[in-house]
Design a protein around this ligand. Structure first.
Ligand code: ASP
Length: 369
């Protein structure tokens, strides 16, 4: 069965097809209004959300289906100590498809290993957010008319910003993409994104602290908020939270056809004066999110199991010899899980946690079980 846990699981062609369907839905919504009649989507949100949960629910309703679910962990049996695996086995008895958000990295992957229905990762900790990326790709396709030949500035919290990690992964598969990674030193892109995506695919990128330095070169400026909920130290959050505030003055050298994006919610990183600039695409981006989620639900609900290629992992693994020390990894709370590390780079002999992708390191990060 196909799930969507990481954007890499969709081929470039499949994403193009989803974009095509989403554009068709935008033009002819009535054609799709009964496509999911008698189907149910469960939205399991163990972490807050406005856009992602509501757009999934609106998407299913516009397909003629129904929705059920919860919007916070404390209103589910998680508060009684139920594991992710058991919650998923239960919800699979009620729903045809599940969209799930969880603060622990790798939780949706764990869910997909137990589920009898398709699982969609609606955000796992600071790790991935593939449906935001589908939203972003539809936005770029509609606003710029292409997904290649783009210089993309990503600004803000590149460390914990899961939307950034998934977007870099997706865009790295297109031709002539350059990234300008703008962040304070403390919030730079994680090393696994750098090593596994940017460097392996030989993608050109620059890291800088300066928002204005490369402004005139950008085709897209993707602003993000500093992710308060991922900080272990509130003082550090307070020190970094206003690192970048985009305003009209800072856009003075920007291209006329720059596309300004933001996954939202905005806290303080884009001044409201920018909202009336036609290049500000972030509220249009919200609308695109519903249409691409409609296309995704259709694809996963209607999948033909015979045509599905199960992922056959032939990579070397280390099982239950060490445990992941990433405090945000799902293995820190889900008791029944094996601790699995996969060889991701044979040349450098690098192993990474199957769930959260943190690197195997004996000192500090890891310890023997
Ligand atoms: N809504 C996005 C997410 O869930 C971005 C954010 O929260 O800053 O990751």
């Amino acid at each position: 069965m196909r799930h969507l846990i990481d954007i890499k699981e969709l081929t470039v062609e499949e994403i193009e097809e989803l974009i095509k369907v989403a554009k068709d839905i935008m033009q002819f919504p009535e054609k799709y209004s009964e496509k999911c009649k008698h189907k149910k989507l469960a939205t399991l949100f163990f972490e807050p959300s406005t856009r992602t949960r509501l757009s999934f629910e609106a998407a299913m309703m516009e397909l003629g289906g129904n929705v059920l679910g919860f919007s916070e962990a404390k209103s589910s049996s998680t508060s009684k100590g139920e594991s992710v695996s058991d919650t998923i086995r239960t919800v699979g008895c009620y729903a045809d498809i599940i969209a799930m958000r969880h603060p622990k990295e790798g939780a949706p992957l764990v869910a997909s290993l137990k589920s009898t229905v398709p699982i969609i990762n609606a955000g796992d900790g600071g790790h991935n957010h593939p449906t935001q990326t589908l939203t972003d790709l539809l936005t770029i396709s509609c606003e710029k008319g292409r997904l290649d030949n783009l210089t993309i500035g990503l600004c803000g919290d590149l460390k914990f910003g899961r939307t950034v990690h998934s977007l870099i992964t997706a865009m790295s598969r297109h031709k002539n993409i350059k990234f300008v990674l703008i962040s304070p030193d403390e919030l730079k892109i994680p090393e696994y994104v750098k090593e596994e995506i940017l460097e392996k695919n030989k993608i050109e990128y620059i890291e800088t602290n300066d928002l204005e330095k490369y402004m005139d070169e950008l085709d897209i400026l993707y602003m993000t908020r500093v992710q308060r909920e991922r900080f272990l130290d509130e003082e550090e959050y307070l020190r970094l939270k206003d690192s970048y505030i985009l305003n009209n003055l800072k856009l003075k050298n920007a291209k006329n056809d720059l596309c300004i994006m933001h996954p939202l919610p905005r806290v303080n990183e884009i001044s409201t004066e920018v909202d009336s600039d036609l290049r500000a695409a972030y509220f249009r981006q919200v609308k695109y999110g519903k249409y691409i989620r409609m296309a995704l639900i259709l694809k996963l609900v209607n999948q033909n199991n015979e045509n599905n290629v199960e992922k056959n992992n032939t990579k070397k693994e280390i099982i239950n010899e060490m445990k992941c020390k990433n405090p945000s990894c799902i293995t820190t709370i889900e008791q029944e899980l094996d601790h699995v590390f996969i060889l991701t780079d044979e040349e450098k002999n690098i192993y990474r946690c199957k769930y959260c992708e943190h690197i195997y390191k004996e000192e500090n990060w890891w310890k023997s079980i």
